[in-house]
Design a protein around this ligand. Structure first.
Ligand code: ATP
Length: 686
């Protein structure tokens, strides 16, 4: 009987070839690049995610153990997405790959008993989230007598701003930001303070003392904050070469996604590991999409990569699969105005659409919002899904008027920039002022307001409420000696000022002129409370001004308040929830839109001061960074790109109305590359 011989596949060859299916030629070369140092420069929409995933699959196909591959990504979402795609290529091996953000990977490594103990921690250390960390910094400041606690409270209407004056209270968020930036950029505190935190200058010794106390507190609690995870990982490798070499042997292949947004500490960690080990490092990124300088990202990590790794192979992914040729031509023309950067010209892989980007000027912010809503409604009527549309903006507060309009029109939307506007603490505070005036029995709003006052805690707030709420007119009772007597003696000054403020706001006739009432709140002692209580007060004050703009559309406070509160119930979807509905319009800052794409993209409020951001422009390198942010915004669009700006803008919904200037980012683009629309008969194109 003849022997049966079955031919087997030649040692994995077809397996790893399969790993490269679906890639274009350069993508294939990059995914299958030999060991050593590789740099993949990937333009927007050029398949960066696809290439990294395939490269990992290809390495596994080559026999590299999945657990010896370390892949860092910018967000947890990106890591999850890559692992999911990888498992369709290599099956369960995908789960063995070390994929995650730098912080996730550090956390996993430092949990190993020998590493944790080498650093003086127990492996069950806890991690402080940003809010916990801020609380601890605040405690350290108070313990050192450098904060507000124990000092006389802020004078009403005075000029105390919290941290500018020598010897004044130091603000925890400012100190924390300076410490964090110094660590992540591996820069001495004095330089960081000089360059980025002038409000702390002359107080370096105090800040250093806070850093020491804060560190001691974390140690005592066996806790690390986010920065510690990276700092301790690096410290371990510097102080314990044996530990460093063990890690280097363990991770034979290192891949770094979004290299342009890594900071100095992160790149040093990766390069230390690569140098101590096999030296297989693949970096992927797009210099033109570097937008996290304010968080310590070092653009040079990508730009100078070839200098730091002479002889590294460079692959350029320049075919854009996302956008139409018209959109790609527009984006190419924009980014060429940046002097620095790797020269590259993207080519669209898609057929011409004959639809150029549209730039639309409206006469004011309301019309801008009306226009966006109208175009969205028309697109939906023409068959486009709401989930395929996004509105992007540079600053969160620029979206406020639009949010109000969307609620009125019943268009479902999700805000991707953290909390929805109406859910943020400072907006809730302002609304609480309006709510007690609209309905003096609104206990929740009263409690919120009373608890804002220094010296009034939950028990005192309850006492005051028991005095005023049962009476016929709680607002009037609030001003009586009886109510005053129920406030703790040390809080009476603030309480009296609050009562006077509320009377002022009431005098502004909030019932019929809600915008005036919002302004009265801005002029009240609440502004000082906001500055003391919250991070980024300037931003929050701008948010409140925008609330004023929105309120100016209402002639009855009750309707405004009802509309705003209803918005919370009906559309109160947290954007970070995994079950975010696919069928809502997305409103997002450009930063939150990184890595995403939509069929139809609006970029709104394209005026000087807003986009580019006025503050960023005066910092060295700031304008180029702003243009990269613009570039990220416009490269999110697949089929339609619409840019809008108002000609007139009033701060806070009431005078003075100022004439705006269209953003330079729009004006510098070749006029043949986009269409212009004039929305109001009164408005001339620029
Ligand atoms: N070779 C290819 N053939 C067809 N489509 C591709 C190819 N490579 C990528 N794409 C598609 O192009 C789009 C963009 O790819 P991807 O999201 O990987 O881009 P990216 O480079 O990560 O973009 P960005 O940096 O702008 O976020 C995706 O829809 C992807 O499926």
């Amino acid at each position: 009987m003849a022997r049966r011989i079955t031919l087997r596949k030649a040692a994995g060859r077809s397996d790893w070839e399969a790993m490269l299916v679906g890639l274009n030629e350069v993508q294939r070369l990059a995914a299958a690049a030999p060991d050593g140092v590789n740099l993949i420069l990937a333009g927007p929409g050029s398949g960066k995610t696809r290439v990294i995933t395939h490269r990992v699959a290809w390495l596994i196909g080559q026999g590299v153990a999945p657990e010896s591959i370390l892949l860092t990504t910018f967000t947890r979402r990106a890591a999850r997405e890559m692992v999911a795609r990888l498992s369709s290529l290599v099956g369960p091996a995908a789960d063995q790959v070390w994929a995650g953000t730098f912080h996730q990977i550090a956390n996993r490594l430092l949990r190993r008993r020998e590493f944790a103990e080498a650093l003086g921690y127990q492996s069950n250390f806890s991690i402080l989230d940003a809010e916990d960390a801020l609380d601890l910094v605040a405690q350290a400041i108070d313990e050192l007598g450098l904060g507000t606690r124990g000092r006389s409270s802020t004078r009403r209407g005075g000029s105390e701003s919290g941290c500018g004056e020598a010897g004044g209270p130091l603000k925890p968020s400012t100190v924390q930001a300076a410490l964090s930036l110094a660590l992540n950029t591996r820069t001495g505190l004095p330089r960081i303070v000089e360059e980025r935190f002038p409000e702390l200058s002359g107080r370096i010794e105090q800040v250093e003392a806070i850093a020491r106390t804060y560190a001691a507190k974390k140690r005592a609690a066996n806790a690390m904050d986010y920065d510690d995870l990276l700092v301790q990982w690096m410290r371990l490798m510097e102080q314990r070469p044996d530990a460093r070499d063990r890690m280097a042997r363990e991770f034979t292949h290192l891949l770094v996604d979004e290299m342009q947004d890594t900071n100095t500490l992160q790149i040093e960690i990766v390069e230390t590991l690569a140098a101590a080990g096999a030296g297989n490092l693949t970096a992927v990124g797009d210099d033109a999409q570097s937008i996290y300088r304010f968080r310590g990202a070092n653009y040079d990590n990508l730009l100078k990569f070839p200098e730091r790794h002479p002889g590294c192979r460079v692959f350029r992914l320049e075919i854009n699969y996302r956008s139409t040729p018209e959109i790609v031509a527009f984006t190419n023309d924009s980014i060429r105005h940046n002097v620095e950067g790797f020269p590259k010209t993207l080519i669209s892989a898609r057929p011409a659409s004959h639809l150029k980007p549209l730039a639309a000027a409206t006469s004011n912010a309301y019309e801008e919002s009306d226009l966006i809503c109208q175009l969205i409604q028309e697109a939906v009527e023409a068959g486009r899904r709401l989930g395929e549309i996004a509105v992007l903006y540079r600053n969160h507060h620029d979206s406020i008027v639009l949010q109000g309009d969307l609620v009125t029109r019943g268009l479902k939307y999700t805000v991707r920039s953290g909390l929805r506007f109406f859910e943020q603490a400072h907006i809730k505070d302002v609304l609480a002022h309006l709510r007690v005036l609209s309905n003096p029995r609104d206990e929740t709003a009263w409690r919120r307001l009373l608890l804002l006052l220094p010296g009034i805690g939950p028990a005192a707030a309850s006492r005051i409420l028991e005095t005023i709420l049962p009476t016929a007119n709680p607002l009037d009772t609030l001003a009586t000696a009886e109510a005053m007597a129920s406030a703790p003696p040390r809080a009476r000054g603030r309480f009296a000022a609050f009562v006077a403020d509320l009377a002022q706001i009431r005098a502004a006739d909030p019932g019929n002129r809600p915008a005036e009432a919002v302004h009265a709140v801005l002029k009240s002692g609440y502004t000082e409370i906001l500055k003391q209580k919250y991070e980024h007060p300037e931003q929050r004050l701008k948010d409140i001004e925008q609330l004023g703009v929105l309120a100016a559309r209402y002639d009855a406070l009750d309707r405004l308040v009802a509309d705003l509160l209803l918005a919370g119930d009906v559309y109160g979807m947290d954007t970070l929830e995994p079950d975010e509905p696919a069928e809502t319009l997305v409103l997002s800052t450009v930063h939150q839109a990184k890595g995403l794409e939509w069929s139809m993209v609006f970029v709104m409020r394209l005026i000087e001061e807003s986009f580019p951001n006025a503050r960023a422009v005066i910092e060295p390198g700031g304008l180029d960074e702003e243009r990269r942010i613009f570039y990220v915004a416009i490269t999110r669009a697949k089929d339609e790109l619409i840019l809008t700006y108002p000609h007139l803008l009033s701060r806070g919904g009431r005078g003075p109305v100022v004439l705006t200037k269209p953003s330079r980012f729009l004006q510098e683009i070749d006029v043949n590359l986009y269409e212009r629309a004039i929305v109001s008969r009164d408005v001339e194109p620029f």
